[in-house]
Design a protein around this ligand. Sequence first.
Ligand SMILES: Nc1nc2c(ncn2[C@@H]2O[C@H](COP(=O)(O)OP(=O)(O)OP(=O)(O)O)[C@@H](O)[C@H]2O)c(=O)[nH]1
Ligand SMILES: [Mg+2]
Ligand SMILES: [Zn+2]
Ligand SMILES: [Zn+2]
Length: 234
Amino acid sequence: MHQTFDAALEINLLHANQAGADHNRAHFDEWGITCLNIMSSPGAGKTVLLERTLAALNNQLKIAVIEGDMTTELDADRLRQYNVPVIAINTGRSCHLDSKMVAGGIHQFAHQYNPSDFDLVLVENVGNLVCPAEFEVGEHAKVALLSITEGEDKPLKYPVMFQQADCLLITKMDLAPHLDIDVNRMIANVRQMNPDCTIIPISAKTRQGLETWFDWLHFQINQTSTTPHQLTLV
Ligand SMILES: Nc1nc2c(ncn2[C@@H]2O[C@H](COP(=O)(O)OP(=O)(O)OP(=O)(O)O)[C@@H](O)[C@H]2O)c(=O)[nH]1
Ligand SMILES: [Mg+2]
Ligand SMILES: [Zn+2]
Ligand SMILES: [Zn+2]
């Protein structure tokens, strides 16, 4: 079949990215770490979610964070206050993390710490509803956030992230009384393209849904540690 130059370029790019993602996942499996890729449009609440998660689980689990931002270490500095390793990656002009950038981050992490001591690596991706979902970074599961201020149609208009998410957190539920938002319609729009996704409405402010999110996290960690993975490192 004829391919345009751009389509061929994109396939090569994604192919190279996938090889890097497999390499990163092999590292995580070797170290017994569960890795989650956390994605959303800018400002949906990723960093606040990580703050709540670190505050609640830091004493039960060994957690590290890989923090992707185009510029600045503002989010990384917020999370460093929780006394966990935070590897900041500035992507420059790129609007997503790719597996090569994350490889740099995890090699740095492994140089500074004993990675086998850790249970969980949380990757906060660059705020962007479109391409982070296309670039796997070596995660075991993808978590997408959608805030209720974004509108119920977003899963239909920007489908890829919602199709690929293993867990979708509908955030800022405390704002619902102030908005003309039909949360059930929003959920139905996600279900339409991803019937198996776990959907959890949350509020970082009132703490609605946070315990359910922590339960999902524990479930993922248990599942990763009991699923045999083939190591492909050379
Ligand atoms: N009312 C309310 N505000 C929230 C909630 N969660 C986050 N926010 C606010 O939303 C804004 C953005 O939150 P962040 O956690 O920085 O969002 P983010 O997704 O990390 O943003 P980027 O990293 O820039 O993509 C902040 O002003 C938060 O206080 C929530 O549950 N309720
Ligand atoms: Mg953030
Ligand atoms: Zn991008
Ligand atoms: Zn390596």
